[in-house]
Design a protein around this ligand. Structure first.
Ligand SMILES: *Cc1c(COP(=O)(O)O)cnc(C)c1O
Length: 354
């Protein structure tokens, strides 16, 4: 299968091969050095400053979203959630479940966050800001500059879910004043699902240390403490941490800027090819990680099914009210310009036959 899904994404052959190794025992010096190297490389690529830490959780990206919220906020807080799709809604749901007061800044699907939206909260007391940098369900990339400026001006604690944008779009944790950056293994990091990571600012670490969280598994205090010696409190997804190590070293050799540039080039090549076909772009602000396409002629869900069953190609269908109209094409992972050509030729044939 040729994988243009937005996650899990097409994995590099070498990483797939490395995944066939037996899983080692992990309470060892050798495995500790793998975790410490993962932490150091992620920090380097995220542009951390002094005193930042990265911890790993075994669980998909949502686990890290929930851990971030419950370790950093309490019912005494008031947070703003940018809710432009499924992943924004997930932050709102987490706040709801844990009784954390939140304001739901609801955007229409595909809508871009603007200065006008944020102005309304200039005089409202906020202690936190939650955003998915790339709202993967609609392909919208939010303006991190804008959000960063707003949070710095108001002194608001900023949590950014970058699960599908880290290493696809430019992010610098230190410059943007991000307090918690959330990552997941199966999107832009392009390994198997199961590991999520949180890059924590000194302010976030302090909040976690002083918190009294009611959770055993998601207690990041324990993760920070164990992480100091390159360990995790409980058995991690050892195999995926090894895949991640392989991948991070690969990125370090290529250079993170080059990885972002290659993803951007792939996205731009696809968008220029597809513009000759009867599709339109769902949003005016797109991440390099994915393109959400609107189809008026053929059902979007049908296109997903035909590509999967007749061509051996995965793209991502949308759900709910967008099911028949929108589908998404990912540009993360081990894809090439040649793969874009294959996908666009398949779409051409599907349209001709429709
Ligand atoms: C995929 C994704 C998640 C997490 O989803 P999981 O299925 O829990 O891995 C969270 N946020 C964004 C923006 C995502 O793309």
């Amino acid at each position: 299968m040729l994988n243009f899904a937005v996650g899990p994404v097409q994995m590099d052959e070498e990483i797939v091969k490395s995944a066939a190794q037996p899983v080692p025992y992990f309470r060892t010096q050798e495995f500790s050095s793998i975790i410490l190297q993962n932490e150091s490389l992620i920090g380097k690529f995220a542009g951390i400053g002094i005193g930042y830490r990265t911890v790993f959780l075994t669980g998909s990206g949502t686990a890290a979203m929930e851990a971030a919220v419950i370790n950093c906020f309490t019912p005494k807080d008031n947070v703003l959630v940018v809710n432009g799709g499924n992943f924004g809604q997930r932050f709102a749901d987490i706040c709801e479940i844990h009784g954390i007061p939140y304001i739901d800044l609801k955007l229409k699907y595909g809508e871009v966050l603007t200065e006008e939206h944020l102005k309304k909260y200039d005089n409202i007391d906020l202690s936190g800001f939650l955003i998915n940098l790339h709202e993967t369900s609609t392909g919208v990339l939010y303006d991190l500059e804008l959000v960063s400026r707003f949070c710095k001006k108001k002194g608001v604690f900023l949590i950014v879910d970058a699960i599908s944008s880290f290493l696809a779009d430019e992010i610098n944790v230190n410059n943007s004043g991000i307090d918690v950056l959330i990552l997941g293994s199966q999107k832009a990091l392009a390994v198997a699902p199961g590991i999520s990571a949180l890059v924590l600012s000194p302010k976030a670490i302090e909040k976690i240390q002083n918190g009294t969280i009611k959770s055993l598994y998601f207690n990041l205090k324990a993760a920070l403490e164990n992480g100091e010696r390159g360990q995790t409190p409980y058995t991690p997804a050892v195999g995926i941490l090894l895949q991640l190590n392989y991948r991070l070293k690969q990125i370090d050799t290529i250079g993170p800027e080059q990885v972002i540039a290659a993803t951007k080039a792939l996205a731009e090549d696809f968008r220029s090819r597809i513009s000759k076909l009867p599709f339109s772009f769902f949003s005016s602000s797109m991440s390099n990680a994915a393109t959400a396409l609107v189809t008026n002629k053929i059902s979007a869900y049908k296109i997903f099914e035909i590509l999967k069953n007749d061509y051996g190609i995965w793209v991502c269908p949308n759900g709910g009210e967008l099911k028949e109209r929108v589908f998404r094409v990912g540009h993360m992972g081990a894809l090439s310009i040649k793969d874009n050509h294959i996908l666009v030729e398949a779409l051409k044939e599907i349209i001709l036959k429709a």
